[in-house]
Write a protein that binds this ligand. Structure first.
Ligand SMILES: Cc1cc2nc3c(=O)[nH]c(=O)nc-3n(C[C@H](O)[C@H](O)[C@H](O)COP(=O)(O)OP(=O)(O)OC[C@H]3O[C@@H](n4cnc5c(N)ncnc54)[C@H](O)[C@@H]3O)c2cc1C
Length: 385
């Protein structure tokens, strides 16, 4: 049996981010074991996020944009981001960068294998991989077991953000490389929130993705047909080549994931609810959480002193999930009003859970109240009956 200061169960976005934050901190000499079943599915992911602060990964960002576009009921809206920018990072670049940095640390080791069990204890916790057991002072768990999640979530909303994206090249100038199109709703909604996401890397090269927020995923050819229609009809492009593709399903839930999974075990990443329930974004939330865990270890001697989720924003997430689940086709007019009446910086601050009360009031006043009040009533009154 091996013994480590920190064991990280699952070397995905959250596990590697935490290891990297530890490596950059005064805890860098502690022993760290990262265990993963070696799934290279992660490499195909693209992570998009907005920020106005430098991040630890700016050197490996693929592209950044200073403007964003919204296409809804009222046509196309182009917005300057001011001191924000929108960044896209390839999963493969993130992994290569972090793994290279960690490989240079003699106190970081990697183990490959399927984690069978994590057992908490008073002084240490044990992680079983195949026939081997590892003991850690602290275990950080990002391994989601879908079956166990299904049972836990029943009293909460569970939707999926599911998508298929193509990186395409055109023989002539077709895109504006300065503006990332976050939402293009020019597609039949058919009872669910559906939109396209268009990230132009140059005038002839872009990433386009068909995204839905709904309970059930589609068949692969349905995503592909929608992508073909959008590229031809909305973008007016007939001649193009698909260079690569991305598929994904991200669970969106307002289930309050516990952070403390034992005296010595803490959840991280998706398993800790770090995916924002109403948007599916998580990359920067994971970075913030990793920094808070390191800070807690340094100041309190344990990792659990991270900030709790703010109830107001959790309620907003639940209301949005409720509307998406029951009235998915209404999201397009809601988002049209949101983007028409609010500066993009205010929307970003709200999604980052950093708005002032005055900004929250301004946002709420810009939205049609009926569905929000209905959902609030359902969540606050009917759920308690
Ligand atoms: C295709 C896709 C695109 C996304 N795009 C964005 C985006 O643009 N912006 C954004 O902010 N978020 C995005 N997300 C959401 C979010 O960033 C990811 O879900 C993120 O990867 C969550 O981090 P995680 O570490 O919790 O999970 P993961 O990154 O999935 O890591 C979990 C790790 O655990 C390992 N593992 C699982 N089971 C076991 C086991 N039994 N034993 C050993 N190892 C195991 C897996 O191999 C994996 O490496 C996207 C997600 C997907 C799927």
């Amino acid at each position: 049996m091996t013994h480590h200061d920190f064991i990280i169960a699952g070397g995905g976005a959250a596990g590697l981010s935490l290891a990297y934050h530890l490596m950059l901190s005064p805890l860098r000499n502690r022993s760290i074991l990262i265990i993963d079943k070696d799934d290279d599915d992660q490499l195909q992911r693209n992570w998009g996020f907005w920020t106005r602060q430098p991040t630890l990964f700016d050197d490996v960002a693929h592209h950044t944009w200073s403007q964003v576009e919204f296409v809804g009921d009222g046509g196309r809206q182009l917005m300057d981001l001011g001191d924000y920018h929108y960044t896209l990072m390839h999963g493969a670049h993130f992994y290569r960068f972090v793994l290279q940095q960690l490989a240079a640390c003699p106190n970081v080791t990697f183990a490959r294998g399927v984690i069978r069990n994590i057992e908490d204890g008073a002084e240490t916790a044990r992680v079983t991989v195949g026939e081997e057991t590892h003991r850690g002072d602290w275990v950080f768990d990002s391994v989601v077991k879908p079956a166990e999640l299904k049972g836990e979530i029943t009293r909460h909303h569970l939707l999926h953000m599911h998508f298929k994206g193509w990186e395409i090249e055109t023989p002539w100038l077709a895109f504006n490389p300065h503006a990332a199109r976050l939402f293009d709703f020019r597609t039949p909604q058919r009872g669910a929130m559906r939109f396209f996401y268009l990230m132009p890397y140059s005038e002839c090269h872009a990433f386009v993705e068909y995204t839905l927020f709904s309970a059930n995923v589609l068949k692969q050819d349905e995503y592909e047909q929608a992508l073909r229609d959008y590229v031809r009809s909305a973008l007016g492009i007939r001649d193009y080549r698909v260079v690569s593709e991305e598929n994904g399903v991200v669970p969106l839930t307002d289930y309050p994931f516990p952070r403390r999974a034992g005296s010595r075990v803490m959840t991280i990443g998706a398993k800790a609810g770090r995916i924002k329930p109403s948007t599916g974004y998580s990359f920067l939330r994971v970075q913030k959480d990793s920094a808070a865990i390191v800070q807690s270890l340094l100041c309190a001697g344990h990792p659990f002193g991270v900030p709790a989720d703010v109830p107001f924003y959790r309620l907003c997430d639940s209301i949005m999930l409720d509307i998406m689940a029951r009235h998915g086709e209404q999201i397009k007019p809601i988002f049209t009003a949101l983007f028409k009446h609010n500066p993009i910086q205010r929307i970003f601050r709200f999604l980052d859970e950093a708005t002032s009360p005055a900004e929250n009031l301004a946002l709420m006043a810009s939205l049609p109240p009926r569905l929000f009040l209905q959902s609030l009533f359902r969540l606050k009154v009917l759920r308690r009956l």
